[in-house]
Design a protein around this ligand. Sequence first.
Ligand SMILES: Cc1cc2nc3c(=O)[nH]c(=O)nc-3n(C[C@H](O)[C@H](O)[C@H](O)COP(=O)(O)O)c2cc1C
Length: 147
Amino acid sequence: MKKLLVLYYSRSGNTEKMAKALAEGAQSSGNVEVQYSYHVDADDLALFDALAVGAPTYNHAMPVDFKNLFEEAGAKGLNLKGKLGVAFGSYGWSGEAPKLVLEILKNRFEMQIIEPPLLAKYTPDQNALAACNDLGKKISETLMNTP
Ligand SMILES: Cc1cc2nc3c(=O)[nH]c(=O)nc-3n(C[C@H](O)[C@H](O)[C@H](O)COP(=O)(O)O)c2cc1C
């Protein structure tokens, strides 16, 4: 079975709600094993077929944990080429974090990414949660159609 990591950071719970909805969407197909996590060791990134990163924007940046994680993965020469990557996150006014994450997944790790990143302003409403759920389903469909 293909494996998806839903990795997220959330201080006030907004991105966490998005992460849960995405994970539920991916799980609903029954075809994908989903790990849902706040933290992962850099080496473990290679164990997954897809990576969904939930990054809220604070001070126009991505969470420092993710920045460090990607730097460590890059320094270790981790091979993530061709794996599927998406990014999402809650924001207030500028919302850079998910875009920065996708740029790294695409350009540094040569992952196959689904664009654009999925953003929700502050607390995700029903529409935003439905979009997260759909993105989860899309990830599982894409994984099923990838050899
Ligand atoms: C100290 C602080 C800094 C923030 N900086 C930004 C910012 O630069 N750009 C932005 O779009 N939102 C910013 N926000 C808004 C958060 O992204 C927003 O509250 C979001 O819902 C937090 O998501 P979370 O609950 O998943 O942590 C900031 C919020 C706080 C409290």
